[in-house]
Design a protein around this ligand. Structure first.
Ligand code: PEP
Length: 249
């Protein structure tokens, strides 16, 4: 099994001061571990605080929640891949369900963003997931395959460059409803097969994370599920106490 990736998506929580305090507590209680990778997606404004706190903790990665696909230009309020790389980001979330469903991010835009991330030498973590309506219509697998193909469609080095995928059913994000370990395994198997078709054998070890109302109680079973290579955690990652419990799962 791959070394699990435990990723914290703080969403629009934990500004610089809170982030500094969070990291101080977290690092004091979380010594270097070789059996898992921790990854933080703080708000962009808090990246400097997290990067400074991490210092030489190379076992913990820094990511960013969103980027624009252009390298530079007149895009008020946006950030390029070059800028977030300069600020210490190694991984970029693309296609998070809140970007797709709250901000209207399209399949084409996820493709442009993944291509920009590849061009900039960072790793995209493409999030895919079906709505409840799509699930009830029996379309869950078709939807995630479409999102996966579209998101990676403009990348040119899939056979050699690292990517990550997060399966996050929309009906499970921030709702308290979690997929069962079997549900997650089933969808991860679908995603793995498609990834191998897209990227070749390399994709056998591509991390596929599960996300959706993960907490300290359900994390151990989910992270142990077949084909689940880690967890992407929103709500339960914002508070340092609950994140410590999940990160240790
Ligand atoms: C997320 O934001 O990626 C997420 C899975 O949120 P939550 O854990 O709150 O459902």
């Amino acid at each position: 099994m791959n070394r699990p990736v435990m990723a914290a998506n703080w969403k629009m929580n934990n500004g610089p001061t809170t982030a500094r305090e969070f990291m101080q507590t977290f690092l004091a209680q979380y010594p270097r571990q070789n059996d898992r990778t921790i990854l933080f997606f703080p708000p962009t404004l808090s990246m400097a605080a997290v990067a400074a706190a991490l210092g030489d903790r190379r076992d913990i990665l820094l990511g960013v929640q969103n980027v624009h696909w252009a390298d530079q230009g007149a895009f008020t309020g946006e950030l390029s891949v070059g800028m977030v790389r300069d600020a210490g980001a190694r991984v970029v979330l693309v296609g998070h369900s809140e970007r797709r469903h709250v901000f209207g991010e399209t399949l084409d835009q996820t493709a442009l963003k993944c291509a920009a991330v590849e061009r900039g030498g960072l790793t995209p973590m493409l999030c895919v997931g079906e709505t409840l309506e799509q699930r009830e219509a029996g379309r869950a697998a078709d939807v995630v395959i479409e999102q996966l193909r579209a998101g990676f469609s403009m990348m040119t080095q899939l056979a050699t460059k690292d990517v990550m995928v997060a399966y996050e059913p929309v009906w499970a994000i921030g709702t308290g409803h979690t997929a069962t370990a079997d549900d997650a395994s089933r969808m991860h198997r679908v995603l793995r097969a498609e990834l191998i078709a897209l990227c070749g054998d390399r994709a056998r070890t591509t991390p596929i994370l599960y996300g959706g109302s993960v907490n300290a109680a359900n994390a151990p079973e989910l992270v142990a599920a077949r084909e689940v290579d880690g967890l992407l955690v929103g709500g339960a990652s914002v508070d340092v106490g609950s994140w410590l419990a999940v990160a240790r799962a």
